[in-house]
Write a protein that binds this ligand. Structure first.
Ligand code: 0PR
Length: 371
């Protein structure tokens, strides 16, 4: 042994305290949070599970099916399958990979689509057409000229604005053109269904639209599960398009990008669903939306302008000199710059509270008066 356990632990704590932590209250611009305690317990219990070799882990496999069924039901899915992948990036890449194997060659994304689609296009040598946004920060579908070689991406809960593209229109375009339609609900998939159950007037985006082929939904964002985790739901049979032989494993065909798959996150996502259920998730989303409203109101009271009325638990505050302000706020406040729209993004995750928000707005106001 080079070091005894206690010394290793001291080293770990030293590095732990170098990091920022959600419970400190200063990370207010990012869409991850501290996982629920039950999901951490579940994660640790299944720490050595590997769904790359599923027949060694039938219990984990059963939980994965349960999580997929639950999310499918929440997304009007019939004849839908899914797998728990490593994050929104892997889900989006996998969807584009499936589409590629179905003969698609070009990617059409809105200007606010997540950068993971550019990675997918780079990996698969695809052309990308970037479509501008309308005034409401959703994709301007009237500017899409799609053909049957194309993939159209719609976003339900955009990374920067929390807006929801008009999937109904994208579905029509897909029907007419034969383009493949993917919906990125990495953030919105654990928010919008619950808001709709609370009678928020939000557009539909899920499998009720017959041309939606795949949907990404991330438990490690608003699902409050451990990282890494994302579920890619697909119409039945689509994972088969990317199947590769894996002859020496317990399942002789592999249809995920990763071989060894971190499967503790399956247990984590499962635990949260069992613990919270739909009602519990509704309560969490309700709390986040109350804080969204609170931040909106105190921002306006302090003469800030918002880039848009919040759709979900994301607020964009317009400021001057974005880069400099964000730099000056750090590390007291960690927010995301959206420089091209002269604004900053605050994501009202469950760890963000009103006391922090009040202090933040005061600091922002002081700083802006000096910049
Ligand atoms: N799709 C959407 C709509 C997203 O917002 C994101 C990530 C992804 C896909 C990709 O997901 P993964 O990061 O799981 O691969 N959006 C977050 C963001 O860019 C990711 C994030 C979260 C980054 C927390 C930093 C961080 O501290 O804000």
């Amino acid at each position: 042994m080079v070091m005894d356990e206690n010394r290793v632990k001291r080293h770990l704590l030293y590095h732990y305290f170098m990091d920022y932590h959600y419970e400190d209250g200063n990370i207010i611009g990012y869409m991850t949070t501290h996982p629920l305690p039950i999901s951490i317990w579940a994660h640790n219990l299944f720490i050595d599970s590997n769904m790359g070799n599923p027949k060694l882990f039938p219990g984990t496999s059963k939980m994965e099916k349960y999580v997929v069924r639950w999310l499918s039901k929440l997304h009007s899915g019939k004849n839908v399958e899914g797998k728990l992948l490593s994050g929104g990036t892997e889900s989006n890449i996998t969807s584009i990979w499936i589409a590629k194997m179905m003969g698609k060659r070009n990617l059409i994304v809105g200007e606010s689509a997540h950068f993971s689609f550019l990675k997918a296009a780079s990996l698969m040598n695809m052309n990308v057409r970037i479509i501008p946004l309308k005034n409401d920060f959703t994709i301007d579908y009237s500017k899409i000229d799609a053909g049957e070689d194309d993939i159209i991406v719609g976003v339900a809960g955009s990374t920067e604005f929390g807006t929801i593209d008009n999937i109904s229109k994208l579905n029509d375009i897909s029907r007419k053109s034969g383009a493949f339609l993917h919906v990125d609900a990495a953030f919105g998939g654990y928010v919008i269904p619950f808001l709709k159950k609370m009678n928020y007037n939000l557009p539909d985006y899920d499998f009720r639209f017959d041309y939606v082929k795949t949907i990404s939904i991330d438990p490690h964002k608003m699902g409050l599960a451990t990282t890494p985790s994302s579920v890619l739901l697909t119409r039945k049979g689509l994972y088969r398009k990317i199947e590769i032989p894996s002859p020496y494993l317990t399942k002789t065909r592999s249809s995920t990008l990763l071989g060894t798959r971190n499967s503790a996150s399956i247990a984590s996502a499962y635990a949260n669903i069992k613990y919270l259920g739909i009602e519990g998730y509704m309560d969490i989303v309700k709390y986040c939306m109350e804080n969204t409203r609170f931040l909106r109101d105190i921002s306006l009271d302090n003469r800030f302008e918002l880039l848009l009325e919040p759709v979900m638990n994301i607020v964009n505050i317009k400021i001057r000199n974005v880069r400099k302000t964000v730099k000056k706020l750090y590390p007291k406040w960690i927010v995301s710059p959206i420089e091209r729209y002269d604004s900053i993004r605050i994501v009202l995750m469950p760890h963000v509270n009103r006391i922090s928000l009040e202090k933040f707005i005061k600091d922002l106001k002081d700083l802006q008066s000096k910049i």
